[in-house]
Design a protein around this ligand. Structure first.
Ligand SMILES: NC(=O)c1ccc[n+]([C@@H]2O[C@H](COP(=O)([O-])OP(=O)(O)OC[C@H]3O[C@@H](n4cnc5c(N)ncnc54)[C@H](O)[C@@H]3O)[C@@H](O)[C@H]2O)c1
Length: 434
């Protein structure tokens, strides 16, 4: 095993304090590891230092319980990373506009870490990415900036994150952790590190394999969601309710796993990660046909939902031009304040483009952040009451948040397109399943 650096103040440093990095840092600290969290975003660091949590899944009390014992600190100074035995990178991996991977955040984290890397340190990447990123891209930048050799002077590993946004029970300890190392020595160091905080570590033969594990998990989900989305579009004209079909099919105790249709796919992982493999496969002159097909179906869902609304208006002899429409839910998943890549915005764009007046209601997203772009950025959720609801001719339910009074919606708004199967069909509204 590569010997650890001596006199380290921290056992673990986490780079990137977002949806993945915060629970990870807190989880290591809860396991008794001296942990430091670093982010370039000084506002985020100040917020955490002052005891606030930006995540509903990690309440401030959990953070306070470990910061008060000196087990977790936060910093905006990258030089503090030099004091740690291991550095875990949890930075974003978006797509460029033509669906190509953008690993710029990983490379910039590598450029920050390289100059402070000491002999014996472990660097583990957790960001979802294509096979080869750790072994080729991250390794290159770390070696260039440190003058050290991966696998000899420092250990290098990849371990995919399995954060389940919104699931308050998905704590680090209970989630099996897949780990791949650049060399057997690197793997040994990474297994030892994660073994401190996780009850089950699953070693695999290489960083590339560990990267492929994450992509496979997300591609599996991406394709199965596309399948039920397609089945919904086939069964609906036949008068068959896809939700009833899935509920009955899932009583089969083997060989079937339920996935549910929706207005498209959102979030920072499922709509993006499959294209990381598509891009990498081209290097080997290979096509990812399942991924491409699933992508076409999933990306087409907002258009399908919008077309169902236009048909519903047509039945009421109403043009869409000038109609007031309420979008219910802009978060990409129920009960979370995360609207990244949300299909709601695509639906809003389509309907807005046809001349409708759009407002939204989302108890988890009171104001739309700049990343949604114009004209939605800065818009506020409506206040939910019968008078306000009565202003709309139509509503589209895009996110099945709990605690929303869908019966009240069906009493106040004449036409509802329900992409989530939550609106009662016995109210005054005409409800169209989409
Ligand atoms: N969100 C999820 O549920 C989830 C689940 C599994 C895997 N992932 C993967 O984990 C990775 C991180 O996702 P996330 O949702 O936590 O992202 P996020 O946007 O919530 O957080 C990333 C953080 O990294 C910081 N950052 C960016 N570049 C930095 C740098 N060079 N140095 C220090 N900090 C930097 C940002 O300021 C931000 O606070 C992505 O690859 C994602 O695909 C996410």
């Amino acid at each position: 095993m590569i010997p650890k650096p001596s006199n380290s103040r921290y056992e673990v440093a986490v780079v990137g304090l977002g949806y993945v990095g915060i629970p990870l840092a807190v989880g290591f600290a809860e396991a008794g590891c001296r942990t430091i969290g670093f982010d370039l975003d000084t506002e985020r660091v100040r917020e955490l230092q002052s005891g606030k949590s930006p995540l509903i899944t990690v309440p401030p009390e959990r953070i306070a319980a470990v910061t008060s014992r000196g087990l977790l600190t936060f910093t905006g100074d990258k030089n503090d990373l030099a004091q740690s035995e291991a550095i875990i990178i949890c930075v974003p991996t978006p797509l460029r506009s033509h669906l190509d991977p953008d690993i710029a955040f990983i490379l910039s984290a590598g450029r920050e870490i390289g100059p402070i890397l000491r002999k014996g340190m472990l660097v583990s990447l957790e960001s979802s990415t294509y096979p080869g990123t750790t072994r080729e891209d991250l390794r290159k930048v770390l070696e260039e900036k440190s003058g050290l050799k991966a696998g000899l002077d420092f250990a290098l590993a990849f371990s995919p994150e399995r954060e389940d946004p919104g699931n308050k029970k998905s704590i680090l300890k209970e989630m099996p952790k897949v780990v791949g190392g650049l060399t057997p020595d690197c793997l040994e160091r990474a297994v030892e590190l994660y073994g401190k905080a996780v009850s089950k570590v699953v070693p695999v033969s290489s960083c590339d394999t560990a990267e492929a594990v994450k992509l496979t998990e997300n591609i599996f989900r991406f394709i199965n969601i596309a399948l039920v989305n397609e089945l919904k579009r086939i069964y609906t004209p036949m008068g068959i309710d896809i939700w009833e079909v899935i509920d009955a099919a899932k009583t089969k105790p083997f060989g079937f796993m339920p996935f549910y249709p929706g207005p498209g796919v959102g979030g920072h992982c499922i709509p993006l990660d499959p294209y990381y493999l598509t891009w990498k496969a081209r290097e080997f002159n290979l096509d990812t046909r399942f991924i491409q097909l699933a992508g076409q179906i999933n990306r087409g869902m907002p258009f399908y939902v919008a077309s169902q609304l236009v048909s519903g208006l047509n039945e009421l002899a109403l043009p869409i031009q000038g109609i007031r429409i309420l979008i219910v839910g802009v978060a990409y998943k129920p009960d979370i304040p995360d609207d990244r890549e949300s299909p709601s915005y695509e639906i809003m764009n389509i309907l807005h483009g046809k001349g409708a007046e759009i407002d939204y209601y989302d108890p988890f997203i009171p104001v739309i952040e700049p990343h949604a772009g114009p004209p939605w950025s800065g818009r506020h959720s409506i206040v939910w009451n019968p008078q306000t609801l009565a202003r709309y001719t139509a509503a589209v339910v895009c996110t099945p948040h709990h605690g929303v009074d869908y019966a009240a919606l069906a009493e106040q708004i004449p036409l509802i397109v329900d992409a989530c199967n939550v609106v009662p069909k016995n109210g005054k509204a005409r409800v169209i399943a989409a």
